[in-house]
Write a protein that binds this ligand. Structure first.
Ligand SMILES: [Zn+2]
Length: 332
């Protein structure tokens, strides 16, 4: 049994309160390797931003849960070494069973998501409530994120063919009965790098796909029903065209890539949305740099020579997100 306070981590409670009052969102960045966690911490220390380190069940399978937990612990010490202590949350992304959430809670996670959004409503309520009761009864209060509504797209083990928007009238009932600390909603964001089909989009003069706008009307209705309650957006990468172009220039093929425009995320961050999940953009940044190094220096075979530039680009991307999209820079 490891409690997160022993690792120097915090839960999301105070962070979300400040974020809602301050009109910004906390970045939730996924990680599963060393270069990613270095880039996240460097970027968040330099921009003085709080951060949520996210681990999916796919990442646990890939990297081993003990290694990931100790990486999060190291992240706290690393920030300190870099000269500025920032609040760090270790969060389970898309927990799908009570057992997985329990295991994370007992091994140092300060926050978990239980995603019962694919279940019938009453089953989602029951499962989320069960996780909350367990998480909230720990010596160190572990925060829980629930989800209502289904996002389209693919994220590790999470996939769903169709999305349906969160129904505002269900939100109050769900939150009252489950006691979840925050809620992920579906207002048009989507997992992966192809967030919409070309048919769902329009094209600009250069033929670039323009996605349909987020449903801010649903967000506003939810805010009115539960004022001050922390809302979470998943699938909020913007899929920068520059990265897609570099990847395709050096032999990759990522047709029909389209993300959520950053202006829309900035607008969302100013509302009750206080956690924004970004994963695909980091994957694109790393892949773009690695492909570039491979193409330009075919005789290179030292992993540090391509993972290093990938890490550098990732850090730049995260600094940009904190400063210009989420508004979390300067808030730690
Ligand atoms: Zn997600």
């Amino acid at each position: 049994m490891v409690s997160y306070s022993e690792l120097g981590l915090v839960n999301t409670r105070e962070l979300f309160k400040k974020a809602i009052n301050g009109g910004y969102a906390i970045p939730a960045y996924n990680f599963n390797n060393m270069e990613q966690i270095q880039a996240i911490i460097q970027a968040c220390v330099e921009t003085k931003s709080p951060v949520i380190l996210q681990v999916s069940s796919g990442a646990r399978k890939y990297a081993n849960k003990t290694i990931l937990r100790n990486m999060a612990k190291s992240a706290v010490e690393y920030a300190h070494e870099l000269g500025y202590d920032i609040p760090v949350v270790l969060h389970l992304d898309h927990g799908d069973t009570f057992e997985l959430c329990k295991d994370c809670i007992e091994t140092g996670f300060s926050s978990v998501m239980i995603d019962g959004s694919h279940l019938p409503y009453e089953e989602n309520v029951a499962l989320t409530k069960k996780v909350c009761e367990f998480a909230h009864s720990q010596k160190d209060y572990v925060t829980v994120e629930g989800e209502l509504g289904v996002l389209a797209g693919v994220e590790d083990d999470v996939s769903s063919e169709h999305s349906h928007y969160t129904q505002p009238e269900e939100v109050v009932d769900f939150m009252t009965r489950t006691k979840a600390d925050s809620l992920a909603i579906s207002i048009g964001t989507s997992h992966g790098r192809t967030k919409f089909t070309p048919e769902q989009c329009t094209r600009d003069a250069n033929g670039i796909l323009i996605p349909p706008p987020l449903r801010f009307d649903i967000l506003e209705e939810i805010e009115k029903l539960i004022p001050g309650f922390p809302i979470v957006l998943h699938g909020s990468s913007s899929v920068p065209i520059e990265y897609v172009e570099i990847i395709e220039k050096y032999g990759g093929k990522l047709s029909d890539s389209v993300g959520i425009p950053e202006e829309q995320l900035r607008r969302a961050a100013k509302s009750a949305v206080c956690k924004i999940n970004i994963d695909s953009d980091g994957r694109l940044a790393m892949t773009a740099m690695i492909r570039k190094v491979f193409a330009e220096t075919p005789d290179e075979f030292d992993p540090r020579k391509y993972l290093g530039p990938a890490r550098e680009e990732l850090k730049k991307l995260y600094m940009h997100k904190n400063q210009n999209v989420l508004g979390s820079a300067g808030q730690a």
